[in-house]
Write a protein that binds this ligand. Sequence first.
Ligand code: AMP
Length: 287
Amino acid sequence: MEIISDPHDMQGRARQWRGQGLKVVLVPTMGFFHQGHVSLMEYGKTIGERLVVSLFVNPAQFGPQEDLGRYPRDLDRDARLARDAGVDCLYTPEPGGMYPPGYQTFVEVESLADGLCGASRPGHFRGVATVVLKLLNQVSPQVAVFGEKDYQQLMVVKQMVADLNVPTEIVGRPIVREPDGLAMSSRNTYLSPEERAAALCLYRALLAVRELVATGAKSREHILAAVRQLISATPGSRIDYVSLVDPATLQEVEAIQGEARLLLAVWINNTRLIDNTLLSESRLCCV
Ligand code: AMP
């Protein structure tokens, strides 16, 4: 496995692959790999001929009070996991290479990026859209793979690529969970054993809602009340947002008609966790 850190070298290698007619797949990450990242790599391996994984803790997507400085990092372990997953190139640019002195261009996606995590983390999706566009320009992949764990991010990136005519297909892949249901995340390493137990309230809330919906519940009021009740009963937890949205527009819906997405952000003491699930209107219906 090759490790490239210089954006120009990355572009050069990508140009060479394109010249050879190879199908290139990119998995963008911030590193500290877990099985969620590995599942994206394994999928990427099955659909392309060259697999690039980028590892970049992007300063532009962190707010001033956020965890950029303490975000977990372990390049040696990540390189081993990437190699084992069959990655051809681990791309590890430096902040100074991505945003050299004098840098001044950013990408803003409008309404999709406004609510949910965009409302709690101003500027976050501006940073995400910018770095993803830069990575797509550096690697020129035919396909880029993202996790549904960050569902709003996936939708923002799809919109950006469509709006700016970027010739890359964006593919979303399912959330990988710990055996007890907690969505895998590099930020789970921040949790103490007590907080780790409390963090399960997100998954429990999603499960409870899926059950409600399976028995015919549709209304936003009913669904959100169940989530709020379950989470507020968990010590140390505080809801940032809970939203029932149209899966394509991310606009709030009053009731599930066809499909909706339930999105959740919860603070467990000082750690902010997100999760989500697709909800399909139950066919079991009342007369
Ligand atoms: P991150 O390193 O957290 O920025 O994540 C890099 C990519 O991995 C993003 O596309 C995430 O959505 C995806 N990802 C993170 N956690 C998971 C998970 N538990 N299951 C599936 N994909 C994930």
